[in-house]
Design a protein around this ligand. Structure first.
Ligand code: P1T
Length: 383
């Protein structure tokens, strides 16, 4: 068969013959920790559910398919997936990371892995030359998040891959905000793509999960070893839910992007708004790169009101009625967050503000509700 297109892969990728017993279209939820053996080692492909579970395996094949990779690995959370990547490193190794990134990733890097002797350089990567300036003979990993959380900076994945290849460094891309529907980092030269599957892949705010996808067999083997040895796997029920979510990823993303575009334009014209961060604006400093490496501009927007007033920002998020004030993103329902006190509170104020995460910054995860309801909710809350 001809190579499947994305929308077909989202539904069928890696899902052939998921139930040899009865032919169920969805894989059964194999709610089991272990599998009987005829003789020691005589099993049917699965021996213990930390090492492998058929429902998780069906999801992992789907993940590999939609990211154009060869191997998918599912974890108990996005941070567990990042943790597995960092466990490929050794004391003395160095990592170059985006300076504007999810607060929990920053906390994992600085509060856990720095303690194990790994050095992190948090830098602005919008200019790829700056990455090269920080490469030393100890650099083993470049960690890219694009679009960044929460400032919506865009990093040129191809340019980062060229630098990584030149110096024989692994390039990992957190593709949570974009999703494989919009951006495929492995195709652009990344070695590892990472997801908080809690977000758009799951899509319904009912699961916490992480994922990695790679092309290279030797790298997959190393990551599988960590997945099994450290054991931060996800359960079969959650695997089923995310697999179900992926089947509508393309449809949801289209509406997320369409609604976000309308909201970004509404906010830009609003007299009380100072700045709107959304890569779809022509004046966004990395708009051209966004256009080149993404299919559309995603469902995430951040903005600051005029005067950068903390109380006003808090009032706005508290007054929203259709948007829910909550951590997380990527579900069908619209969410609003206040990064400085919520998702990015673990980054010191001084560092946070250098990247633009000021006290009045509000982040929106635009859902798939009716756009008129979303805009009138923002209108009444902003006043
Ligand atoms: O929450 P978890 O599934 O462990 O994923 C962590 C993570 C990793 N990378 C990015 C870009 C993320 O946004 C997240 C989680 N982010 C939130 C909970 C949030 O509200 O931003």
């Amino acid at each position: 068969m001809k190579k499947m297109k994305f929308n077909t892969k989202a539904i069928h990728g890696g899902q052939q013959n998921v139930d040899p017993a009865y032919g169920s279209v969805m894989p059964p939820i194999y709610q089991t920790s272990t599998y009987s053996q005829d003789t020691p080692g005589g099993h049917k492909g699965f021996e213990y559910s930390r090492s492998g579970n058929p429902t998780r395996a069906a999801l992992e094949r789907s993940l590999a398919s939609i990211e154009n990779g060869s191997y998918g690995l599912a974890f108990g959370s996005g941070l567990a997936a990042i943790d597995a990547v960092l466990k490929l490193l050794k004391p003395g190794d160095e990592v170059i990371s985006t300076n504007d990134l999810y607060g929990g990733s920053y906390r994992l890097f600085t509060s856990i892995f720095e303690g194990f002797g790994i050095k992190f350089h948090f830098i602005g990567m919008q200019n790829a030359e700056n990455i090269e300036n920080h490469v030393t003979h100890k650099t083993k990993l470049i960690w890219v998040e694009t679009p960044t959380n929460p400032m919506m900076n865009i990093i040129d994945i191809k340019a980062a891959a060229t630098i990584a290849k030149k110096h024989d460094i692994l390039l990992a891309v957190d593709n949570t905000f974009a999703t494989p529907y919009l951006q495929q980092p492995l195709e652009l030269g990344a070695d590892i793509v990472m997801h908080s599957a809690t977000k758009y892949l799951g899509g319904h705010s009912d699961v916490v999960m992480g994922a990695l996808v790679v092309k290279d067999a030797a790298l997959a083997k190393k990551l599988y070893f960590v997945q099994n040895a450290s054991g931060a796997v996800c359960g079969p029920q959650d695997s089923f839910l995310v697999l179900r979510g992926i089947k509508t990823l393309h449809l949801r993303m289209q509406r997320h992007c369409e609604n976000a575009k309308a909201i970004a334009n509404f906010l830009k014209k609003h007299p009380k708004i100072e700045s709107v961060y959304w890569p779809g604006f022509e004046e966004h400093p990395n708009h051209e790169i966004a256009k080149a490496q993404m299919k559309d501009f995603g469902g995430m927007i951040s903005f600051v009101t005029k005067g950068n007033n903390y109380d006003e920002a808090i009032n706005i998020v508290e007054n929203l009625k259709v948007f829910t004030l909550a951590e997380s993103l990527g579900g069908v329902e619209s969410l609003a967050g206040h990064p400085a006190s919520m998702t990015h509170a673990s980054i010191p104020k001084e560092d946070r503000e250098k990247t633009g995460v000021v006290d009045a910054l509000i982040r929106l995860s635009v859902g798939v509700e009716d756009i008129e309801d979303l805009i009138s909710d923002l209108e009444q809350a902003i006043g």
